[in-house]
Design a protein around this ligand. Structure first.
Ligand code: C2E
Ligand code: MG
Ligand code: MG
Length: 291
């Protein structure tokens, strides 16, 4: 049952109507963590076990467009990926507190980079649909910006469209207030949700993030290539910045640039790294710049 439970969480996190099979390599984690995952996870915030990693988003000239903050959980010696614990935080509501920590930690990091003279134009932070339904989200965001002296336009909140938003009214109010405050909004995982175009139509967005599942086989699958090309075109027509995520090869990057995708993000440029490493620093100086 525990294995099935873990698989269900993976399936849920991957989106609607998915099937996830529990594989033996998951067993270690699941038998160790599942019976007590909720209890181990409980108090992780107080025990200071969350970590933020940062991944660069690179524009056509090879300069930094921004950096995305990605959450990890340091559970003992294991660094747990967000897909393995965020669904549980969402289920028990703890994502609201953790999300607030993420926001403050991310903006604190941005402030620190700025004071060190590291030029990072903006910080992208993922927001759970559960957070989007909390009435004080906009105040939490504004408070955090004020604490670290960050202008709203240097923050981009990524809203995933993978998950069905159950309370449209609350989400709409939050999204409109956030947008009115000058904070940028990105629609994450575009194309994987059940209502991609409806979300785009309903909510005011600044950025469109093409899901990595399309990007992955853009050079090997004509359908993916057409879909990605159309999404980039859609972004252009709607005056949005288009970011392709999960870019791993030069061939993918070349295709995306040719199609007019403004910003690329993926292992080709850099993996997510802890904040003590400046984004696109010496480790990545030899990463390719594609005109
Ligand atoms: P996402 O926001 O779509 O983030 C992109 C994911 O793709 C990240 O996985 C990143 O590490 C991974 N990635 C980046 N480049 C490549 C690449 O070239 N190839 C491949 N295969 N993968 C790449 P990660 O860090 O495991 O995060 C997974 C998801 O967890 C995120 O997807 C986001 O939805 C969620 N998440 C992460 N941090 C937070 C957070 O602070 N709050 C909330 N609510 N969700 C978060
Ligand atoms: Mg994201
Ligand atoms: Mg995504």
């Amino acid at each position: 049952m525990q294995c099935a439970d873990q698989a269900m969480y993976r399936a849920k996190n991957a989106g609607r109507g998915r099937v996830r099979v529990h594989r033996p390599e998951h067993t270690d984690t699941s038998t160790r963590t599942t019976p007590s995952v909720t209890s181990t996870l409980q108090g992780a915030l107080e025990r200071d076990e969350y970590r933020l990693y940062f991944q660069p988003q690179v524009d056509a000239t090879g300069s930094l467009f921004g950096v995305e903050a990605l959450l990890r959980w340091q559970s003992g010696s294991e660094l747990v990926a967000p897909g393995d614990f965020i669904p549980m935080l969402e289920e028990n509501g703890a994502i609201v507190q953790v999300g607030r920590w993420v926001l403050r930690r991310a903006l604190g990091q941005l402030r620190q980079w700025w004071s060190q003279g590291v030029s990072v134009p903006r910080m992208a932070v993922n927001i759970s649909p559960v957070q989007l339904e909390t009435p004080d989200l906009c105040d939490v965001v504004t408070d955090a910006l004020r604490t670290f002296g960050i202008p709203p336009s240097a923050l981009e909140l990524e809203v995933t469209e993978r998950v069905v938003m159950s309370n449209h009214a609350a989400c709409s109010t939050n999204i409109e207030r956030i947008r009115a405050s000058g904070v940028r909004l990105a629609l994450d995982d575009f194309g994987t949700g059940y209502a991609s175009l409806a979300y785009l139509h309903r909510y005011p967005m600044d950025t469109l993030k093409v899901d990595q599942s399309f990007v992955q086989d853009v050079t090997t699958n004509a359908k993916s290539a057409s879909i990605v090309g159309s999404i980039i075109d859609l972004g252009r027509r709607l005056n949005l910045v288009t970011i392709a995520e999960g870019v791993e090869t030069t061939a993918q990057a070349e295709f995306l640039r040719r199609e007019g995708c403004a910003v690329l993000q993926g292992y080709l440029y850099d993996r997510p790294r802890p904040g003590n490493v400046a984004p696109l620093s010496d480790t990545t100086l030899n990463s390719p710049t594609i005109a």
